[in-house]
Design a protein around this ligand. Structure first.
Ligand code: NAP
Length: 299
């Protein structure tokens, strides 16, 4: 980092990440590793932005001559009214995770779904085309994945979520979407955990809408019983801290092809990098930076 600090000057192009809390964000680390490896006079910094202050923060992006901004909780919806244009994905999802200043106009994107599909191609050498996919979870990450899977030619996208109402919203994002249960897992091709299960202490059976829970997370921190995973399944866990959850290890032990959440994290950042700089992102460098940081955090 010291090499980069020495280069920062009044001519340095600035991008950032806004959110609250922000100090845990890996975005500056990912983007700065990429800028450094390509010798770009760019820097990415965190902007702690409290709830209710998204409109002023967004106005500041263009006013200060910044090239762009990543957006994280709690501002992914709140920034929308302050933008000039939205990408199709951002409009469909009602959420923005990347702002690009394009010839003075503030354009809102959602790079998560594109990042997920790019990560799948990178990690497995195949995309969602013709695949029967199960997405466990129906929150912001799950919705971006459901939309991208459907748009990329998946045969079916089955949403398995604790709360039925959110499952319905997610499944409706694609014509090939439907609601299912964990019984759909053994017969599918691709299984994705888009819940925080495995990352944090959980309270199985507590639903957001108070309805009877669909069978998810009923095995402690496991999104589904690993016995439902078979050899040849493609299994992706969007959780990246820890790098390898107990569920992902169990899936690998059963012969599944597995990938952790660092890949989507890196590839969604790569899409932002390419929007901002117009250059191809050095994804290998970015992935190494993330994995090193997560390993260091986990001690
Ligand atoms: P979110 O909007 O809060 O949604 C969380 C989802 O998980 C909801 O569908 C929720 O079900 C379900 N859930 C939570 N606790 C559960 C439990 N104990 N049992 C069963 N289901 C449970 O969160 P998000 O933003 O989508 O993030 C989800 C995960 O993806 C997080 O671990 C996050 O770190 C990760 N993520 C990774 C990336 C990446 O690039 N790798 C990007 C974004 C997010 P209900 O609807 O019933 O509440």
């Amino acid at each position: 980092m010291s090499g980069q600090s020495a280069r920062i000057s009044a001519a340095t192009t600035v991008v950032g990440v806004m959110g609250d809390p922000i100090s845990h964000s890996l975005s500056p680390l990912i983007h700065n590793s990429a800028f450094r490896s390509l010798g770009l006079d760019w820097v990415c910094v965190g902007f702690p932005t409290t709830q209710g202050h998204a409109p002023e923060a967004v106005r500041g992006i263009a006013a200060l001559g910044m090239a762009g901004m990543s957006v994280t909780m709690p501002h992914k919806q709140a920034v929308i009214d302050s933008l000039d244009l939205l990408s199709d994905d951002a409009r469909s999802l009602g959420a923005v995770n990347c702002i690009h200043v394009d010839r003075g106009r503030l354009v809102g994107h959602n790079t998560d779904g594109t990042g997920f599909v790019a990560a799948m191609h990178h990690d497995f050498g195949v995309g969602p085309e013709g695949k029967d996919c199960v997405v466990i979870g129906a929150g912001g990450a799950a919705r971006s994945v459901v939309l991208a899977l459907g748009r990329s030619g998946a045969s079916s996208v089955t949403v398995v979520n604790r709360s039925r109402v959110r499952a319905e919203v997610a499944a409706a994002l694609t014509p090939v979407g439907r609601i299912g249960t964990s019984a759909d897992i053994p017969g599918c091709d691709v299984v994705i955990n888009a819940t925080p299960l495995g990352m944090e202490a959980t309270t199985p059976g507590t639903t957001a809408d108070g309805a009877d829970p669909i069978s998810v997370g009923d095995r402690g921190d496991l999104p589904c019983d690993p016995s439902m995973i078979r050899e040849g399944h493609i299994v992706v866990d969007l959780v990246y801290e820890p790098l390898w959850t107990r569920w992902l290890r169990a899936a690998a032990d059963r012969g599944a092809r597995t990938s952790n959440g660092t890949s989507m994290l890196v590839h969604q950042a790569a899409v932002a990098f390419e929007l901002w700089t117009g250059m191809s992102a050095p994804v290998t460098v970015m992935a190494e930076a993330v994995e090193d940081a997560v390993r260091a955090r986990s001690g």
